[in-house]
Design a protein around this ligand. Structure first.
Ligand code: PLP
Length: 394
């Protein structure tokens, strides 16, 4: 479905189920799974026309595949973008964007609180190829402005951040980028299009770790880049050449994930809000971080640009690492794992896991206290989850 068809006016819940369908000659009702690396041609002339791009069609699954194309079209419509390109993982999506849009000598300004591998990609891999990154506090618009250089081509942010749920003002940062002829790229993995559509707020590209909420059941890896036809075409040309393409089987799993995304994100947010409110009343809890709480310093901004608080709730327990580990060790329902974006609730102690490799000083600067715990609230019953946390808190 092209973006100018009547389907464009459909509600996101409808698009999640109806948009982007590729059927075979059998007119199957469900989405078919096309496990084929290549496709055949009717004639030598058709093969020639396809290779030149004169006629549309499938040639090779590194370029695209009917199942992958269906996932791309559906996600593009849900994000309000013209086009999407799927990738093997979320990190492959970020790498594809950077390799496509930047060259040696260019400069990135990025929010400092990022997924760990994204920080390593910017500070390590891209630095090796002559692309420098300045990291700023995503909440501080003057810091974004102050970090711009003549060589700045791209601004990058994650919102809300992990684990402290700091919220960046997407529309304001987009204005700063565009005033400087730079592009804004938003990692929308935490909210998904069900809760936040950065393209509608002025972002130029959205990227996803589809591994998280888009799948939602912890089954497959995947990624995607969504935006305008012109920008995504460039990223597509990189992906089909360099090869970090999404596997058709993973696209097929992700398509069914998208069908329940809206329902799941609504319940993730409702459960997370209930637990966050409950945690605020606990004597052994010092502080709770959740954008859906009135006590969150950026609650108003979060509620303006998001349609829900999301699944991630962090909180600081009294008694430092020892008390925090007691909570982690006492859970019987919640999974002890750093992964997130699953129907199953998970808990992690960031200071000794996701943020263990940085120095204690850098951790302190980032606000990763020894008593901090991060929950990704799943779809279980909220009372059961509270009871599970109470075991280690009391
Ligand atoms: C997981 C994650 C990534 C990386 O995605 P992979 O699919 O693991 O490669 C990027 N950004 C955020 C916010 C993530 O949570």
């Amino acid at each position: 479905m092209a973006s100018d068809t009547p389907e464009h006016s459909l509600h996101p819940d409808t698009l999640a189920i109806r948009a982007g369908r590729e059927t075979s000659q059998f007119n199957e009702h469900s989405q078919g799974l096309f496990l084929t690396s290549s496709f055949t041609y009717e004639s030598a002339a058709q093969a020639a026309a396809m290779f030149l791009g004169e006629v549309e069609g499938y040639t090779y699954s590194r370029f695209t595949n009917p199942t992958v194309a269906a996932f791309q079209q559906r996600l593009a419509q849900m994000e309000g973008g013209e086009r999407a390109i799927a990738t093997a993982t979320g990190m492959a999506a970020i790498q594809a964007i950077m390799m496509t849009l930047l060259k040696a000598g260019d400069h990135i300004v990025s929010s400092q609180s990022l997924f760990g591998s994204t920080t390593n990609l910017f500070a390590g891999l891209l630095a090796k190829f002559g692309v420098e990154t300045t990291f700023v506090d995503a909440r501080d618009l003057n810091a974004w402005r102050g970090a711009l250089r003549p060589q700045t081509r791209l601004l990058f942010l994650e919102t809300p951040s992990n684990p402290l749920t700091e919220v960046a003002d997407i529309a304001a940062v987009a204005d700063i980028a565009h005033g400087h002829q730079a592009l804004l790229v938003v990692d929308n993995s935490f909210c998904s299009p069900a809760l936040q559509q950065p393209l509608r707020l002025g972002a130029d590209l959205v990227m996803h770790s589809a591994t998280k909420f888009l799948d939602g059941h912890g089954r497959v890896m995947g990624g995607a880049v969504v935006g305008s036809d012109a920008l995504v075409e460039q990223v597509y040309l990189h992906v089909r050449t360099a090869g970090p393409s999404l596997a058709p089987f993973n696209a097929w799993v992700l398509l069914s994930g998208l069908e329940t995304l809206g329902l799941r994100m609504e319940k993730h947010s409702a459960n997370a809000l209930r637990l966050a409110r409950w945690l605020e009343t606990q004597a052994n809890v010092e502080r709770v971080y959740y954008p859906g709480l009135e006590s969150h310093p950026q609650h108003a901004l979060a509620m303006r640009q998001q349609q829900g608080g999301g699944a991630v709730v962090s909180f600081v327990v009294k008694g430092g690492r020892e008390a925090a580990w007691r909570v982690v060790d006492a859970v019987r329902v919640i999974s002890r794992t750093a992964n997130l974006g699953d129907v199953k609730s998970t808990i992690t102690h960031p200071a000794s896991t996701t943020h263990a490799r940085i120095t204690p000083e850098a951790r302190a600067r980032a606000g990763i206290e020894e008593g901090l715990l991060r929950l990704c609230v799943g779809l279980e019953n909220a009372d059961d989850l509270a009871a599970d946390l109470r075991r280690g808190l009391d």
